[in-house]
Design a protein around this ligand. Structure first.
Ligand code: 5GP
Length: 141
């Protein structure tokens, strides 16, 4: 497996070199909105420590990411009036991974509404800002 590349786009977001629509942060975990959401509220949950994917992540970091993914899933059910949540996580190119810093997708779903194809359409900045603010507030509350 290739080694971790600190120039990947999510590493730059974690270092605050690129902007994001932040949803949650603690000492181990960072979460922000996917800019090309497959459904409204599509959130990415990352360990702060460098890890390419599930194959090299520290198990404690993976556990911390899982706990936060669950918190976000529960909050998103209310905030986005969802009927369900899809959780996805891809490993290596053959496994569907495109950005090589471990991330878990948390995607609110409405009954009968298909997800958009991955990375198909950038959402408007004002929509993302509104969704991030609502989700962040629900997670704090
Ligand atoms: P994966 O690596 O799990 O296949 O997916 C990478 C995800 O990152 C895609 O869902 C894509 O929409 C998202 N993405 C790609 N570039 C950016 C970016 O610059 N900012 C954010 N927030 N998401 C991104």
């Amino acid at each position: 497996m290739p080694s971790y590349d600190p120039q990947n786009i999510f590493a730059k977001i974690l270092r605050d070199e690129l902007p994001c629509y932040k949803v949650y942060e603690d000492d181990k975990v960072f979460a922000f909105l996917d800019i090309m959401p497959r459904a409204p509220g599509h959130t990415l949950v990352l360990p702060k420590s460098p890890a390419r994917n599930v194959l090299d992540v520290d198990p404690d970091d993976l556990a911390a990411v899982s706990k936060v993914a669950q918190k976000i899933a529960k909050a998103a059910m209310t905030v986005f009036n969802a009927d369900g949540i899809t959780v996805q996580q891809f490993n290596e190119g053959a496994g569907g991974q495109v950005v090589f810093h471990l991330h878990v997708h948390v995607i609110p779903r409405k009954a009968g509404v298909a997800m958009k194809p991955a990375a198909s359409e950038k959402e408007k900045p004002e929509v993302l800002a509104g969704h991030a603010a609502k989700l962040a507030a629900a997670l704090k509350g």
